[in-house]
Design a protein around this ligand. Structure first.
Ligand code: PEP
Ligand code: MN
Length: 463
């Protein structure tokens, strides 16, 4: 198996499908798929190669222990969710978390949304049965509809054009928000103003925003005015699952003559499709974007290293991010071996903790949920392991929403299983609500800050 990527031609879609493609929709009419792919191939790129290069450089700083990643958003975006309010609320919670991580933990934060492209879902079964009726499983709005009806669940390739359009609209508004004044740090105290009275995390956030405002006023009085306080760099990311869509949105960059995935800045390979000889690894090893790979609890140290070697033969800084999702009970046992093997090879990758996907369970009343305390326990386990090894805990990857939904149990509001019914809105996995997201960010900031103090204390202060 060759690991050379530089001069190899991009494999064709047929080449990829010949590699036992898992988790793909079963399209009834191949000519309809080909027509959609042909249309997508001539659409303008959603992101630019230069932006992907810039993000790769930022991820290199994460791998070097100089920056932290916050990656978050819906499990599954929906077409109906592409509204100004919804996008704004998601950005607001992500930017709030990033601000408090930056300020409280004093680390630069790379901001990555699970946004503008996260429309396709891997599923454990191809079909779903309810009350004796069996229909195709919902695979995300990119493939079929959520409602349990034959019409909605019909697999339709036209939806791929919907993904392109929804992603373009989302990115357009996101770019406007993050550069057009909404992200101005001087306005950080307004982002959760509606929320302060109802929630301890909201109140704590407000106190911090007031401090930031004071710091900015001080800097301004000193004559320091900087454009970087008014805008943020924000990048899109999603799971590169659907081969037709990702292949059609791969373009050769005119500056470098190299292929880039232009459906999003950062693309990741999911836990179920990361086979070394599978089509997802094969496609993504050819593109130049920074890449993520999910690593679940069955990952062996050898597999992690083989994936890194296959996807990043040149050991390029920032190229590879391992997003580990071991589950809170296993993280402390399994993660050390994986990290050690990769680090001992001399590689520097970014390590991110996804404390969501190893901690999902079903309640007695039939809701898929996650317990906030398990999420926190996995994050703490991730930090413990990195602390033990002397490696850098590079970031967190969370499923969240800006809305006050009731999908994960626990947190300061002590949401119980019986509360889940009141606002359970996710199209796929349960997300942290705004309160739980801010709470998580405070806990992560504390861990980061105490790690810093610990490292600083190793240097004797006096004689
Ligand atoms: C996801 O991130 O929504 C997902 C399906 O994750 P994983 O591939 O880790 O199971
Ligand atoms: Mn998910």
């Amino acid at each position: 198996m060759s690991t050379q990527t530089r001069d190899e031609p991009l494999p064709s879609l047929a080449d990829l499908h010949a590699l036992n493609a898992l988790q793909q929709p079963t399209y009834p009419d191949q000519s309809a798929v080909e027509s959609v792919v042909a249309q997508l191939r001539i659409m303008p790129p959603l992101v630019f190669a230069g932006e992907c290069d810039e993000l790769r450089q930022k991820m290199a700083r994460v791998a070097a222990g100089e920056a932290f990643v916050l990656q978050g958003g819906d499990c599954a975006e929906t077409f109906a969710g592409v509204t100004a309010d919804n996008i704004q609320r998601k950005l607001r919670v992500l930017l709030s978390m990033a601000v408090l991580l930056t300020y409280a933990a004093r680390v630069p934060v790379v901001k990555l949304g699970r946004i503008a492209g996260q429309y396709a879902k891997p599923r454990s079964s191809d079909t779903e049965t309810r009350d004796g009726v069996t229909l195709p499983a919902y695979r995300g709005d990119a493939v079929n509809g959520f409602a349990f009806t034959p019409e909605d669940r019909k697999v339709d390739p036209q939806r791929l054009l919907g993904v392109y359009n929804a992603s373009a609209a989302t990115l357009n508004l996101t770019r406007a928000f993050v550069t057009g004044g909404f992200a101005d740090l001087a306005r950080a105290h307004t982002w959760n103003a509606d929320f302060v009275k109802q929630s301890p995390a909201g109140a704590r956030y407000q106190a911090l925003a007031d401090e930031i405002e004071g710091a900015l006023a001080f800097m301004e009085a000193c004559g320091i005015e900087d454009e970087t306080f008014r805008t943020v760099d924000f990048y899109s990311s999603h799971e590169a699952l659907l081969l037709e869509y990702e292949h059609a949105l791969t373009r050769i960059d005119s500056r470098t003559s190299r292929p880039y995935g232009v459906s999003g800045h950062f693309l990741w390979i999911g836990e179920r499709t990361r086979q070394l000889d599978g089509p997802h690894v094969e496609l993504l090893r050819h593109i130049r974007n920074p890449l993520g790979v999910k690593l679940g609890p069955t990952t062996t140290p050898e597999t992690a290293l083989e994936l890194a070697d296959r996807l990043d033969p040149d050991h390029e800084p920032g190229r590879i991010t391992f997003i580990t999702r071991m589950g809170h009970e296993k993280v402390r046992d399994i993660l050390p071996g994986v990290i050690s093997k990769v680090e001992q090879s001399g590689r520097k990758v970014a390590w991110i903790c996804d404390p969501m996907h190893g901690n999902t369970f079903a309640t007695a009343n039939g809701y898929k949920t996650r317990a906030f305390e398990d999420v926190i326990d996995e994050v703490n386990g991730f930090f413990d392991v990195h602390e033990g090894l002397g490696t850098w805990p590079g970031g967190v990857h969370v499923e969240l929403t800006g809305d006050d939904v009731t999908e994960c149990v626990g947190g300061a509001d002590e949401l119980a299983e019986a509360d889940l019914a009141s606002r359970y809105e996710t199209a796929c996995d349960p997300r942290l609500n705004r309160n739980q997201s801010l709470e998580l960010a405070f806990l992560v900031a504390e861990r980061l800050a105490s790690g810093r103090i610990q490292r600083a204390s190793e240097v004797p202060l006096l004689g």
